[in-house]
Design a binder for this molecule. Sequence first.
Ligand code: ATP
Ligand code: MG
Length: 375
Amino acid sequence: MSAGPDENGRERIVQASKPADDAEIVAGEQTLEERAQSVASQTDGFEEVQARDLRPRRFQDYVGQRAVVDSISIAVMASKKRGDTLDHALFHGPPGLGKTTIAHIIARELDSLLVHTSGPALERPADVVGLLSNLKKGDVLFIDEIHRLSHAVEEYLYSAMEDFRVDFMTGSGAFAKSINLPLQPFTLIGSTTRAGMLSAPLRERFGLAYHLDFYSTEELAQVVTRSAGILEVDIDSDGAHEIARRSRGTPRISNRLLRRVRDFAEVRNAGTINSKVAAEAMEIEGVDALGLDRLDRLYLTTLSKNYQGGPAGIHALAATINEDQQTLEDVVEPFLLKIGFIIRTPQGRRTTPEGFEHIDLPPRLDGPAGQGTLL
Ligand SMILES: Nc1ncnc2c1ncn2[C@@H]1O[C@H](COP(=O)(O)OP(=O)(O)OP(=O)(O)O)[C@@H](O)[C@H]1O
Ligand SMILES: [Mg+2]
């Protein structure tokens, strides 16, 4: 499932992409390491991936998101002290801000096994029942894209989360039997880019819920510097800040740009990466001074030119750009909203004067609804 190289390759992680098959993996009296190792060994290039992993492993290495880290680390310490399982926790926010990373850190700080799955991977109720019944006390079940769980699967989670049991039916007709299966106390960590799409009953069952916000340039410069250290890339502080400024507030993008800049510097024999080298490399990548990439600019130009700055509906925009609507909503829009280049109104999306200015268009003074975009 979701696992890119960054998402994988950690000790003590079980990838439960095919939950039914994992019964074998998590069953038995193996130690945590053995249980994880048996899965890790099935992953191609595991060592390689691990060596290159840029993910922070402990709270102290996790840059930024201070309020979130302070709160969750207290909850983790308290539950460890009490010998309790941690409350279920939900992380939401735009892609690449560190939701998966923090879930993995929590499991590590708890000395727990993390079983990694995702909403779309849990197709049938049997998948989730199999997965839940194999959890041991204190294990962390991580469900990525939890907003994409099917309704049927979600219903099983309610009692699992609240009372650590699942009720399910076997057989049918006269042979139907209700089975009540007790579970070991576990911690569910959910991650989503769309908190609004979670049903209220599911959302309410998380004792801890956190929103991750975009990072500041200073924080991203720290991310770049840290990653450069791991990748053994020679970069000065100005170079790190240049990458940080163009990272759309997102550490995943910082790491990606750092790799591209490194390639460029190697090919050009540029030596230490300074802001000039970094800027040149990123221009070639199509990343502008504010970090907008080609898709961001295409969105902005389409809205501003084709739709005269809106209001335009997301369906229409997606069709014009020929891009998936969800990508636009999850990846492109949050940052354009954050920097004030677009606004969302009940009638649709509109370009702001700053947005027009960025793509060198004069701001439009009157909209179809008579609302000036200069207001
Ligand atoms: N606070 C942080 N400090 C340092 N690096 C970070 C931090 N947060 C994220 N990263 C880096 O950014 C990358 C992306 O983070 P992660 O995969 O956790 O994002 P995500 O929120 O789960 O995204 P998605 O919604 O796409 O699943 C990680 O590989 C990690 O290297
Ligand atoms: Mg993730």
